[in-house]
Design a protein around this ligand. Sequence first.
Ligand code: PLP
Length: 457
Amino acid sequence: MANETIPYKIYLEESEMPRYWYNVRADMKNKPAPLINPATHEPMSASDLAPVFCDELIAQELDNDTREYPIPQEILGFYKMYRPSPLVRAYCLEEKLQTPAKIYYKFEGNNTSGSHKLNSAIAQAYYAKKQGLKGVTTETGAGQWGTALSMACAYLGLDCKVYMVKVSYEQKPFRREVMRTYGASVTPSPSDTTSIGRKILAEHPGTTGSLGCAISEAVEVATSTPGYRYVLGSVLNQVLLHQSVIGLETKIALDKYGIKPDIIIGCAGGGSNLGGLISPFMGEKLRGEADYRIIAVEPASCPSFTRGVFAYDFCDTGMVCPLAKMYTLGADYIPAPNHAGGLRYHGMSPVLSQLYHDGYMEATSVPQTKVFEAAEFFARSEGILPAPESSHAIRVAIDEALKCKETGEEKTIVFGLSGTGYFDLVAYQKFNDGLMDDYIPTDEELQESFSKLPKVD
Ligand SMILES: *Cc1c(COP(=O)(O)O)cnc(C)c1O
């Protein structure tokens, strides 16, 4: 380690920070399939989407051509409160693993919301405010997105109504209080405050809820309340666009030291942190300028890429949203209740789905006990308590570094450490008490779910 000249943490100067978001769709030959109307199967136009989403965000959603979007000054100002995020050389982890691999992680957990989600929350809240809206509605699973959006809305003076998946609402009471502190209202979903919530409760009494169901409720409230629109923290093209700030910062920092990654790894729930991290690297790959191995890591209990189908599906359980073409487990799929590692969404970003389908990236799935073992190993070597979601990426980064130990290869591995685990201590408790187990869905269960996919030719 003595002759290393790379600092433990690479920060950017304010003047080096990205001034634009990068839209990877501009460089894709096969564009992601458009969102379609569930009744007519026609592509959704801007005016079809206008009752649900903010106007400028719709324009970004539909724009497959503009390569660079200047980041508005107000958003840059907000980013400066918590960005740049550090790119850390994991010297301690490397030493503990005794690997010749060089490991870096981009840490997005250094803000109160604890994850990368703030990068898109402030952008979405900004465009809602600019449109003169009163407020926004959304869903949240584990609570990071709801927290990030509450922070952004408090900053801009917008109202924020959050529908929180019931099991998380109960397991993570402190998340709820953070959101309320920032002024948001938080309702456990499914709830009796919406007609879709009442319907789901009647059909599935005692259900612990799902993201898909919370989305339906949030959309219903947005479209039935004047001055409100719905915002979503992952999956959508616009979210990947905002999250490109992660990858752009990473690339600028690596370039500063002449470092070229061999492998880039990220966890994938709806695909936003991974999509953001890989965007500029994927752009180079698509333009034929460079090559990287890019690996998406997902939970074995919610394996959209590795065991899902690439098809049009509902984004939500209530079937109120447009259909998206993506790798999906079916909109009714709910991971086993013992699943504690996040990344519970049934589908995947249409951009990443297309890139995966076209062979530009790999995907792998890992069982949660292995994920928490990696989280513990990482915490004990690098000092950061990682989010369980991020720990999926840690697992595979460690596995790749151990392969280098066998082969003697000095590969450079970069992974996304998307957030901290301070609000995931119920899951850590389960792991520490030896009460965590792995549930992996059977093929029959997945087939049952696939059989309910909408028929689209
Ligand atoms: C929400 C979240 C994820 C998963 O969402 P993506 O859209 O796939 O990034 C991953 N890590 C953390 C810390 C999160 O909060």
